[in-house]
Design a protein around this ligand. Structure first.
Ligand SMILES: Nc1ncnc2c1ncn2[C@@H]1O[C@H](COP(=O)(O)OP(=O)(O)O)[C@@H](O)[C@H]1O
Ligand SMILES: [Mg+2]
Length: 243
């Protein structure tokens, strides 16, 4: 049984068909890449999976159980965590306090020093050791992304949905982020679905890639095969021509 299965998902916003009959499976333990030009529907797909918005048609199966339209907090409780393309920390709270929030929800019995230690550990995992007491709003972009990830991990997920965690990073920062994503799967045994606009980055980490274009799944398979697919090349070249 697949960990997650999306069947015939459809979503329309006014005149825009954002998602058209999209079906795919996510297998336990894989890093699945989700790529596609701007406006392809990638973030919308995450919003449908996590219940942030409702599907017009289609279904979401989690561990074989239908969870279509489950509220975001309940989807999170069920084991699906996400990061946001535009980071959303509690700016006036410290990094440690930002991590407390999902941790409290996930492990309510963890109190005092134990809670503090666990939060600090998660900040360490994502590269924020030493910044526990910093206000979230004072972090730079890469550190805000690290905090976003620490918060997602604190919810204790089995599946983590990453939405463009590399956006705005320089080459060195990108290499660190790639290592971090691999370690989430390898050391913490999580399943990862990773949206990225930058095709090259995804190709080096993912075992399997899905390609969305104008709301449709136009290709899926191993990275080496996907990047040579004529429909994928056309979608990306078309975008360059539009730019
Ligand atoms: N909440 C919304 N209301 C109206 N239109 C939306 C909304 N969210 C996304 N869209 C539209 O749906 C399409 C897909 O957007 P999105 O999923 O954000 O693409 P991507 O993440 O691949 O860049 C775009 O045309 C976008 O303008
Ligand atoms: Mg997006």
């Amino acid at each position: 049984m697949s960990l997650l299965e999306i069947k015939d998902a459809c979503k329309r916003f006014g005149g825009v068909q954002a998602i058209s009959e999209v079906s795919f499976r996510v297998e336990q333990g894989e890093i699945l890449g989700l790529i596609g030009p701007n406006g392809a529907g990638k973030t919308t797909l995450f919003n449908l999976i996590t219940g942030a918005i409702q599907m017009d048609r289609g279904s979401v199966l989690w561990d074989g159980r239908e969870i279509t339209g489950l509220r975001p907090d309940l989807a999170c409780k069920a084991g699906i965590s996400r990061t946001f393309q535009v980071t959303r920390p509690f700016g006036r709270m410290t990094c440690l306090e930002n991590v407390y929030v999902p941790l409290l929800e996930n492990q309510p019995n963890l109190k005092g020093k134990a809670r503090q230690q666990e939060s600090a550990r998660l900040l360490g995992v994502t590269g924020l050791a030493g910044k526990e007491a910093w206000l979230a709003e004072s972090l730079n972009l890469i550190d805000k992304k690290r905090l976003e990830l620490a918060r997602a991990l604190a919810a204790g997920p089995r599946l983590i949905l990453l939405d463009e965690v590399l956006g705005g990073l320089n080459t060195m920062e990108m290499q660190d982020a790639l290592k971090l994503i691999k370690s989430i799967r390898d050391e913490y045994e999580m399943t990862v679905v990773w949206i990225e606009h930058i095709m090259g980055a995804i190709m080096s980490v993912c075992e399997r890639v899905l390609v969305l274009d104008m709301g449709r799944l136009i290709c899926q398979g191993e990275p080496g095969v996907v990047c040579q697919d004529p429909a994928v090349i056309e979608a990306y070249l078309g975008e360059q021509a539009d730019a």
